[in-house]
Design a protein around this ligand. Structure first.
Ligand SMILES: [Zn+2]
Length: 417
């Protein structure tokens, strides 16, 4: 689109509205990048678009503010010089199966190289995955060194507690027919619900059934790798993993009403051990705050739990959530296995999670889980006993099932304690 026409609003909500056929269709699940084709969500050249939504969708409104205030050129395109992945990932055979990966673009980190010719020809293809390297340091890891549970090796783990990691950020890219299959609903029903629940933000969901790929305006995930990433996907490689759903209050601020940060830190410890023995450790951190109900709902539930007659106790833990949110949980682990398929992982040797839903989703996806590693009892904060008992009673992996009468006892603090 030329500059002169940029004052017009161009709707992409009907096939052919842009006056020309799309040049680049997406053939999801094809084995090579060339056959699959780039995901194009250009906002300034709607004739190119073959996807619904926009890149970095969760931040689209901030981008709008930047454009509206004049801080950002509306037709800015990223200069991708030197942004290539710091470690190679894939391609793995799972990338060529349209059913195995439906919620991320397996070529998302390689866009600048595999679609270089498209980009040079003016196509607005952008990475949806970035892979870099870092050092991390958490007080819990220093404690583990002091307690003798972890031994610094000068490579993966330093004496000062620094841990060398590779990390990847992944924005969601949804292949709508595949998402509908995963949830066993009709694609048209899925599209309609997405259209309605975003208050009509994306009209193409209902007017453009020919566009099969959607960049949803939600948070994605971050991966932390311990050890040699290149070993992933090879049959002999042992893998340890913690799959963690975001909990800002605990993860960042150390709030003691749940076991999130202690379990995350324990998972990282397990990952470091595995990497030191020649395997690979992996933490998957999903932006699904408060069981994907959001933090406002979560804090409302905390109040409802602590103010209810009889005090905060396990037997009413899920009911209080359901009263406020209408459901107990919206994380929907059906999409979670995609990231393991992306990494070529078919077996997880040490799985630092007690969630039956996460475990069930992995097994359903054909990924073997060898050993399940529960959080050590000593790491569970006092106020988190309610949550832990409730989850165990609801089917969490444990050898220590709480007695029925135990679930009726108030164990959580009152609001003003
Ligand atoms: Zn938590």
């Amino acid at each position: 689109m030329t500059r002169q026409s940029s004052d017009h609003i161009v709707l992409s909500s009907h096939p052919g509205a842009q006056g020309q056929a799309r040049l680049h269709d997406i053939h999801w699940g094809k084995p090579t990048a060339a056959e699959r084709g780039p995901v194009i969500a250009s906002l300034t050249d709607v004739g190119q678009r073959n996807a619904i939504g926009s890149h970095a969708g969760a931040y689209a409104v901030y981008r709008a503010l930047a454009v509206a205030s004049g801080a950002l050129q509306r037709d800015h395109r990223p200069d991708l010089t030197n942004t290539a992945p710091a470690e190679p990932i894939g391609p793995h055979p799972q990338w060529a199966d349209p059913d195995k990966i439906v919620s991320l673009d397996p070529w998302g980190h390689l866009v600048a190289s595999v679609f270089a010719e498209h980009i040079a020809a003016g196509i607005d293809a952008r990475p949806t995955i970035a892979v870099t390297k870092a050092h991390i340091n958490m007080p819990e890891l220093k404690d583990a060194i002091a307690a003798g549970r972890l031994q610094p090796d000068g490579n993966i783990l330093s004496d000062n507690g620094d841990v060398r990691v590779t990390k990847a950020a992944i924005d969601p890219v949804w292949y709508l027919p595949g998402i509908a299959n995963r949830f066993e609903v009709k694609e048209s029903s899925l599209r309609r619900a997405l259209f309605e629940q975003t208050a009509g933000m994306f009209p193409e969901l209902v007017t453009r059934p020919d566009l099969k790929v959607f960049l949803p305006p939600i948070g994605g995930m971050t991966l932390y790798f311990f050890g040699d990433v290149a070993k992933l996907g090879k049959p002999g490689t042992r893998v340890a993993c913690r799959l963690h759903d975001e909990c800002n209050g605990s993860d960042v601020f150390g709030s003691d009403i749940c076991t999130c940060r202690p379990y995350l830190a324990h998972g990282i410890e397990v990952c470091i051990e595995e990497a030191q023995q020649g395997g690979v450790g992996l933490v998957v951190y999903n932006r699904k705050e408060g069981r994907a109900l959001g933090e406002v709902t979560k804090f409302l539930v905390y109040n409802a739990r602590k103010r209810q007659p009889g005090g905060d106790r396990a037997e009413t833990y899920f009911a209080r959530t359901e009263c406020v949110a209408g459901v107990q949980d919206m994380r929907f682990q059906q999409l979670m296995p995609d990231v393991f398929h992306w990494l070529g992982i078919t077996r997880i040797d040490r799985w630092a999670s007690m969630s039956d839903m996460k475990h069930g989703a992995l097994v359903e996806a054909g990924i073997e889980v060898v050993e399940r590693v529960p959080i050590p009892d000593g790491l569970i904060p006092m106020d988190a006993r309610v949550e832990m008992d409730a989850k165990k009673a609801a089917g969490y992996f444990t050898s220590d099932m709480p007695a029925a009468e135990d679930l009726t006892l108030p164990k959580g603090r009152a609001l003003d304690e």
